[in-house]
Ligand binder design. Structure first.
Ligand SMILES: Nc1ncnc2c1ncn2[C@@H]1O[C@H](COP(=O)(O)OP(=O)(O)OP(=O)(O)O)[C@@H](O)[C@H]1O
Ligand SMILES: [Mg+2]
Length: 352
């Protein structure tokens, strides 16, 4: 970080010049008084007392001047900083220190105040994120928990036929799976954010890895009668296979989820010299540009009709992974026409 050049705290040119003039005037006056007296008397004791009085006056004047200077330039800003840090220590992050100097005239105190303001802002932002996170998680857990409670009671009815009992059991499994998925995603995201996920970089066949992921979704693609078109260049890359799996799984599952029956999904893998580009396109419900701007936020779900499926963490995870791997992700979408997610992985191509 580039350091800003600032004036020393407690020092001003006006103060220094005033102090210089004060000392010069007092000394001059003292010399004149001394000359005047010495011409008129030889009394050594009187001269000694006079010098002593002069020294006391000069010392007193200097002390008063220094006291005023300290009050204005040191104590005032120190007290301001003290009060603000006390408030922050008590958990009140809303206080903002007012900096009176303009930016080019900042001294060290102004810089400390600016840093305290930034610190308080960051703490306040974190506080908001924390409370939002807790309320989001509670909200996401509450719905499936209510389902579990209701259906656990219903399933106890002895008169239920086996078909209904089976369907209740299915609902219970899916609600508990929702909670498990939520916790798994939160833990993954947390690890990624704290850089605790040990990503293992290796050379691997991306074409194969992507194909393996697609195969996992075969049953559900068939169930929804979707047309799947894959066009993959053969490419080896040096990257993290396990982290990229998070990306492919989320993009493909979203494409399936947001595309109605009989729709179409295209997946392309293209080698561009040292980079690779992956596109996942669908002919699904699409999204507005406002939604498109927020889809990478944690817990954001633009499509409320699908909000019972998932928690809005998938793309937040995808974005985090792409950021860690130094790639780029973008989305193009049109409501009721479909969406295309494009990923660019830079300098990853591995020639063996
Ligand atoms: N292919 C897509 N077509 C249309 N909208 C999409 C598509 N992919 C994502 N979105 C929008 O982005 C939002 C966020 O997606 P994300 O994957 O983060 O959450 P989710 O799929 O709703 O839940 P989760 O991923 O936790 O299961 C979705 O709720 C949806 O509104
Ligand atoms: Mg998703």
């Amino acid at each position: 970080m580039k350091k800003k050049k600032v004036n020393a705290a407690g020092f001003t040119w006006a103060g220094a010049i005033s102090f210089f003039i004060l000392i010069a005037v007092v000394m001059q006056f003292a010399i004149l008084v001394y000359d005047y007296i010495i011409e008129r008397t030889d009394n050594v004791t009187f001269i000694a007392i006079l010098i002593l009085v002069e020294i006391i006056i000069i010392a007193t004047l200097c002390t008063i001047f220094d006291w005023v200077r300290r009050k204005l330039t040191v104590e005032k800003p120190t007290n301001k900083i003290l009060m603000a840090t006390e408030k922050i220590a008590e958990g009140d992050f809303s206080s903002k220190l007012e900096i009176t100097h303009e930016y080019s005239k900042y001294n060290q105190y102004d810089l400390i105040m600016e840093n305290i303001n930034k610190m308080a802002m960051e703490l306040q932002k974190n506080e908001v994120l924390k409370t939002d996170f807790i309320s989001n998680v509670s909200h996401e857990i509450k719905t499936p928990l209510a389902v579990i409670q209701n259906y656990s009671m219903l399933i106890q009815d002895d008169n239920l036929d086996s078909e209904t009992r089976k369907s209740y059991a299915k609902t219970l499994i899916s609600a508990s799976k929702r909670i498990t998925d939520l916790i798994t995603n939160i833990l993954k995201l947390n690890k990624l954010e704290n850089q605790q996920l040990q990503e293992k970089y290796e050379a691997f066949n991306l074409t194969e890895a992507l194909s393996d992921c697609v195969v996992e979704f075969e049953t559900i693609i068939e169930k929804k009668n979707l047309v799947l078109n894959c066009d993959f260049d053969d490419v080896f890359i040096f990257s993290s296979k396990s982290l990229l799996e998070i990306v492919w799984n989320n993009l493909i599952s979203n494409a399936i989820k947001f595309t109605p029956e009989n729709g179409k999904i295209d997946i392309f893998l293209k080698r561009l010299e040292n980079n690779v580009e992956i596109k996942v396109s669908d002919t699904g419900c699409g999204m507005s540009s406002e939604t498109g701007m927020r889809i990478f936020e944690k817990f954001y779900q633009g499509d409320t009709s699908h909000s019972t499926q998932g928690n809005g963490l998938g793309l937040a995870l995808v974005k985090k992974v792409i950021d860690i791997l130094g790639g780029e992700i973008s989305v193009q979408s049109e409501i009721n026409k479909g969406s295309t997610f494009t990923i660019l992985l830079k300098d990853v191509v591995y020639e063996n």
